[in-house]
Design a protein around this ligand. Structure first.
Ligand code: SF4
Length: 66
């Protein structure tokens, strides 16, 4: 399983991750920064998670293997 790591200090609240993978990410209602909904990515969502990581304009997201 891959694990999502989000650096909320770098996040600029663009929301692209939530658009790319709405089951994995949301945005904070107050500051717009990323909220990781599912930290341990199920296999069927790995591609969506990778896409979200690559789309992030702030490079705030990464995937790591446990
Ligand atoms: S794509 Fe990156 S900058 Fe945009 S909300 Fe997600 S983590 Fe933040």
């Amino acid at each position: 399983l891959a694990r999502i790591e989000a650096d909320r200090e770098r996040c600029i609240g663009s929301g692209l991750c939530a658009m790319a993978a709405e089951t994995l990410f949301d945005q904070d209602a107050h500051d717009g920064r990323v909220l990781v909904l599912v930290e341990e990515v199920p296999a069927e969502l790995t591609a969506a998670a990778r896409e979200a990581v690559s789309l992030c304009p702030a490079r705030a997201l990464s995937l790591s293997k446990d």
